[in-house]
Each structure stands twice: as C-alpha cells, then as structure tokens.
Design a protein around this ligand. Structure first.
Ligand code: OAD
Length: 232
C-alpha cells in the first residue's frame, strides 16, 4: 500500500465545535497567546494556564469527531495512513485513526513538573485531583506538581523529527485546516518528496507552492472530495 501522510490543524475540528485559533472569534482573539500558551506565561501565571486548559478539556468532552476525521479512517482501507496533527484534541483517536502523532501535545494528558517522562492521561487515579481539571495544587503519587502536556511557544517540538521522517516517505501528502503559520509544523510540507501528490483542504487557504492541489472547502466536504479522487 502507498503511504498517505495527513497533516491536520485546528480547521479539521472546527465542524466538531472546537474553536480554531486565528479565525474571526478564534481563541487568540479572546486570549493572549503569550499568557496562556507560552513557557514564560506558564512561569508567570500557572493558575491561569491550568484554568485555560481545564476549559479546553470541558469543551473537548462535548465534541465528537466529524465526517472529516471519520473520512481519514476510511482511507486506511486503501493506504498506509499516518496522521500528524497540530491539534491537542483527541478527535482523530476517537474517530478510530490508527496512527496519530501529536506535534503540539495532548489536552487530555498532564505531566510531572519534575520528571517530564511521567505523563498522566486524565482522569487519572495517580493524581490528587481525579477529574479532568488540574490546578497548581494537583500533585502526582510522588508529590510533584503537574502541567498540561502541551508544547508551549518557546519550547521544543520533540515529535517534529519523527514527523519529518514520515513526511519524507509520503506518496501522497495532505494538509487540512491550518494557516501554516506556526513553525516548525508549517515546514512539514517541504519534507514531502518532490514526487508526492500534495493536497491542501482549507476554506481560506494560505498561499502554497503551485504543485499543491488546493481544495478550498471545509474539511468535511473537502475530505469527501479527496476520498473520491484518491480511490477512483
Ligand atoms: P489556525 O487557527 O491558525 O488556523 C485554522 C485554519 O482552519 C484556517 O486556515 C481556517 O481557514 C481553517 N478552517 C476553519 N474552518 C475550517 C473547516 N471547517 N474546515 C477546514 N478548515 C477550516 O490553526 P492552526 O493552523 O492549527 O499551537 O494553528 C497552529 C497552532 O497555532 C496550533 O496548534 C496552536 C496555535 O497556537 C499551540 O497552541 C502550540
């Protein structure tokens, strides 16, 4: 089977009711990104960051995968599919995607402040707070505080290298629902081989090289069209 690598951003989850970041009404219009999603912001005001991600988790529990997430699962019948996502939601996993690599972390996980390899999936019995909400008082079984398992601006993106290796093996590379404005994620496209077919689904696409086939539609419609093109 050919390798299909799909790089997704906030736009794929928009039709599930999850806010994007930079669209009108997006999260970064209502919150200062440097306060709630940067390393310095976390050092300055960890309470605010816990509250921000607690709200995002509540939002996520109310959301369901949409037809675009499900369409990518259907493509596993025809391709060896790897999804590389900038999203911190778990909608690809809940839709049933087999291979999902998160570039910017995972909302439903927190990790120890002292030992970052100690990662806990929420809800978790090893934490003092056993629900989906955490605070500066939440400790793990070792008595260490925790933080969201999110890549903040100013931090390394440890999954970028494995993502590049996947992109470099793509026969077909698809980008869905991203402004392609955050690096290094936006650079992944450049790692696809010159021989790969490349598609970009977004109702308001960013400018991309001319060899990219742009489908200027919402993710649910665009993925339907993509499936028809790739499987006919
Ligand atoms: P953005 O909010 O920057 O971009 C969302 C993209 O989704 C835009 O290009 C929209 O046109 C598109 N879009 C909106 N509705 C759509 C729909 N129904 N179907 C398809 N596309 C749609 O989100 P990202 O590019 O994902 O990082 O943002 C990248 C990173 O910036 C995020 O991972 C986050 C943020 O800061 C961190 O927090 C580390």
């Amino acid at each position: 089977m050919k390798n299909l690598v799909i790089s997704t951003g906030a736009g794929i989850s928009a039709e599930s009711g999850i806010s994007t970041f930079r669209d009108a009404g997006g999260l970064w219009e209502n919150y200062d990104v440097m306060e709630v999603a940067s390393h310095e912001g976390f050092l300055r005001n960890p309470d605010l960051i816990h509250r921000f991600y607690n709200q995002r988790r509540i939002e996520l529990t109310k959301a369901k995968p949409n037809a675009a997430h499900l369409g990518l699962v259907e493509l596993e019948k025809y391709f060896n599919v790897n999804v590389i996502t900038q999203n911190v939601d778990n909608l690809h996993e809940r839709a049933g995607s087999s291979n999902v690599l998160h570039l910017h972390g995972e909302l439903m996980k927190v990790r120890s402040l002292r030992h970052e390899e100690r990662v806990y999936e929420l809800p978790c019995n090893l934490l003092s707070d056993k629900g989906l909400e955490t605070s500066t008082h939440t400790v793990d079984a070792y008595g260490d505080g925790v933080r969201p398992h999110i890549v903040f601006f100013g931090e390394d993106v440890p999954n970028f290298e494995p993502a590049c290796r996947l992109a470099a093996q793509a026969h077909v590379f698809v980008v869905i629902g991203t402004t392609l404005s955050v690096y290094p994620a936006a650079a992944l496209l450049r790692y696809a081989p010159a021989s790969a077919q490349v598609y970009y689904i977004d109702p308001n696409p960013a400018s991309v090289p001319s060899h990219v086939h742009v489908i200027a539609k919402k993710a649910t419609e665009g993925v339907k069209e993509l499936i028809q093109m790739l499987t006919k």
